[in-house]
Design a protein around this ligand. Structure first.
Ligand code: PGA
Length: 248
């Protein structure tokens, strides 16, 4: 099988008004023909317009979805609704959802199943807290989250795994290269044990990725791209990260 396409995914979180659509338009202009796949996950309010702005160059993703397709769930958004609005991807299990909304591995796996049934590619996040790292539990935590959050229906086509150490998100701190390599090797090993196409799943690193550290991170084994928060909000920063990925 051909080497899977590298992926630069931006997570805008609860940031962005309509004016920010110009950042997506600029990305689409700058990266026509990019080797790496580009995804922006804007707030839900912007998904439909962002899908227009991104055209065929920048794919659009949701930041979460419900496990059900429809019903009495005020404030929630279903996977088919994301798809209907123009999204092709969805992040599930981001640590901010795990922490702020008490999402468990089982809930995340159910969301991923719903997303796959709706034809969305999931970006499934795992990551240890600082206390877990300090306690020497990182690999156990990651293995447990991977086993519990990635459903049986996952394939290299419909799922991407993002390793995001909680302590590196929005802090400007990043793990050492050895720490990233160690976790990504574990992810690859476990995926290969469990899935026939485990070798082809794309593995993203996320947590304080910026133009100045992207090349170094993309050179590491089993790093197939990045999930980027703050540095995805500005076209110039995210473009520099995409350029680094295309050169890696
Ligand atoms: P950050 O966020 O790049 O701002 O650290 C990453 C993420 O939460 O996906």
């Amino acid at each position: 099988m051909a080497a899977p396409r590298k992926l630069a995914a931006g997570n805008w979180k609860m940031n962005g008004m309509r004016g920010a659509l110009s950042e997506i338009e600029a990305l689409a202009r700058a990266h026509n023909g990019s080797r790496a796949e580009i995804v922006i996950c804007p707030p839900a309010t912007l998904i439909a317009a962002a899908a227009q702005a991104g055209g065929s160059v920048v794919a659009i993703g949701g930041q979460d979805c419900h496990r059900l397709d429809s019903g009495a769930h005020t404030g929630d958004i279903s996977a088919p609704q994301l798809r209907d609005a123009g999204a092709s991807h969805v992040i599930v299990g981001h640590s901010e959802r795990r922490t702020n909304h008490a999402e468990t591995d089982a809930m995340i796996a159910d969301k991923a199943i719903a997303a796959h049934e709706a034809g969305l590619v999931t970006i499934i996040c795992v990551g240890e807290t600082e206390a877990e790292r300090d306690g020497g539990e990182t690999l156990d935590v990651i293995a447990g989250q991977l086993a519990g959050s990635v459903p049986e229906c996952a394939t290299a086509e419909n799922s991407v795994i993002a390793y995001e150490p909680v302590w590196a998100i929005g802090t400007g701190r990043t793990p050492t290269n050895d720490q990233i390599t160690e976790v990504h090797a574990l992810l690859r090993e476990r995926l290969m044990q469990r899935f026939a196409d485990g070798e082809d799943f794309r593995l993203l690193y996320g947590g304080s990725v910026k133009p100045s550290n992207a090349s170094e991170i993309f050179a590491l084994a089993n790093v197939d791209g990045a999930l980027v928060g703050g540095a995805s909000l500005k076209e110039s920063d995210f473009s520099a990260i995409i350029a680094a990925l295309n050169e890696s």
